[in-house]
Design a protein. Structure first.
Length: 258
């Protein structure tokens, strides 16, 4: 962890504007997302303003057109009817259901925030297939400070700093930060209510769950998109040097466990 990212909120410019990407967990994560959308749609997708949702979909589709892993599937009439993902699954292009389509196309969870009446952005819906101990149902409609109420470090000064970053964000200049937590359970879908305690035992095998979080502004609607790309690695899978470095970081600062 560098000094620039250690100081909260620790945002940095996104290199080359690449706020979406896929990694070697793509096939496994997308299979889980397909199941969650099919079986738990109400829990993983919350309605967002139509204009912002469609604008976000078009932005994602533009990026995917530059990724050779995604291939168009043509209809008999010559229109693009679906996209074939890199794992070979064909996803129908249902443009009338943009959030469901997005949830099945990319690994990232995508949350839409809009300006609230008191100058603070409010979570206005989106996709959350891989929650790290929170729920869309409890957080949607709340301003950022209320969303982060359980986070001790997110005080009034932090809220002002975050809002200043958001207010000055340009559509062509997304930013990123990282968040990391420890879990004994490697399940990616782990919703919890705000007061619910996440069980964790440090002397049992555990996983490091890292969220690569991006913030970008949609140029037409002005809505913000908060993206979360989740990585996960077992501590036992790290090299001796990596474990030593991680243990040193854990000794320096309290790691949030919820």
């Amino acid at each position: 962890m560098t000094p620039a990212t250690r100081r909260l909120p620790g945002v940095q410019p996104v290199r080359d504007g690449k706020w979406l990407f896929r990694d070697d967990a793509f096939d496994q994560q997308m299979a889980q997302r397909d199941r969650l959308v099919a079986l738990k749609r109400a829990q993983v997708i919350a309605s967002a303003p139509a204009g912002a949702a469609h604008e976000l979909l078009q932005a994602v589709l533009r990026l995917l057109r530059r990724d050779d892993g995604y291939q168009p599937v043509m209809s008999a009439s010559g229109d693009v009817a679906a996209l074939q993902r890199p794992d070979g699954i064909e996803v129908p292009l249902d443009l009338d259901d943009p959030l469901k389509l997005l949830a099945r196309l990319v690994q990232e969870d995508l949350l839409i925030l809009t300006p609230g009446p008191r100058g603070e952005h409010v979570l206005d819906g989106g996709i959350l297939c891989f929650p790290a101990s929170w729920t869309l149902s409890q957080k949607t409609g709340r301003p950022l400070s209320a969303i982060h109420d359980p986070v001790t470090e997110y005080d009034h000064a932090m809220a002002r700093r975050v809002q200043r970053i958001i207010d000055n964000l340009a559509p062509a200049s997304p930013v990123w930060r990282a968040n990391w937590l420890r879990y004994n359970d490697p399940t990616l879908y782990q919703p919890r209510r705000e007061k619910e305690i996440k069980p964790f035992t440090a002397n049992k095998p555990w996983f490091m769950r890292v969220e690569y979080q991006t913030i970008m502004k949609l140029p037409k609607s002005g809505a913000l998109v908060f993206g979360i790309h989740t990585f996960q690695v077992a501590r036992a899978a790290l090299t001796r040097e990596q474990r030593a470095s991680l243990d040193a970081e854990l000794a320096k600062a309290r790691t949030p466990e919820n």
